[in-house]
Design a protein around this ligand. Structure first.
Ligand code: FES
Length: 128
């Protein structure tokens, strides 16, 4: 079980996602999802403030990998897909920060990174 911290947003990153195109990396190399997690964790701590980053295995969005989920207690949950670990790290973190700052976890549409707007797979309301 994963304990969610009040006031913080949790960013789940699927570490078992493969790249959308045929994975060209040798089997002993990290998968695209694992590289996405590594790239997010490599960002300066101040950029990750308020966001807890957790690696998980399979978010059931394998056909639109890479995949992450953004959630927090009492807030909406978002599943984001078709992420490239070499391109979308900052977009993912920006969205997670917007989610963390909004009381209900509903970042304003116009403030969301464009790629995230176009690649949001699902959103789920909070339990009350
Ligand atoms: S392996 Fe990443 S969503 Fe299934």
């Amino acid at each position: 079980m994963i304990a969610l911290e009040t006031g913080q947003t949790t960013l789940f990153v699927c570490v078992t996602c493969r790249a959308q195109a045929a994975e060209s990396a040798p089997p002993d190399q990290p998968r695209a999802g694992a590289r996405l997690l590594t790239a997010i964790e490599a960002l300066p701590a101040e950029q990750r403030a308020g966001v807890v980053v957790v690696g998980v295995e399979c978010l059931s969005n394998c056909n639109r990998a890479c995949t992450v989920a953004v959630t927090a207690p009492g807030k909406w949950t978002y599943v984001l897909g078709a992420l490239d670990p070499d391109v979308h790290v900052q977009d993912v973190l920006t969205f997670a920060q917007l989610h963390q700052r909004h009381e209900a976890g509903l970042p304003a549409w116009r403030e969301r990174p464009e790629y995230i707007r176009k690649n949001t797979v699902a959103r789920v309301p909070a339990l009350r």
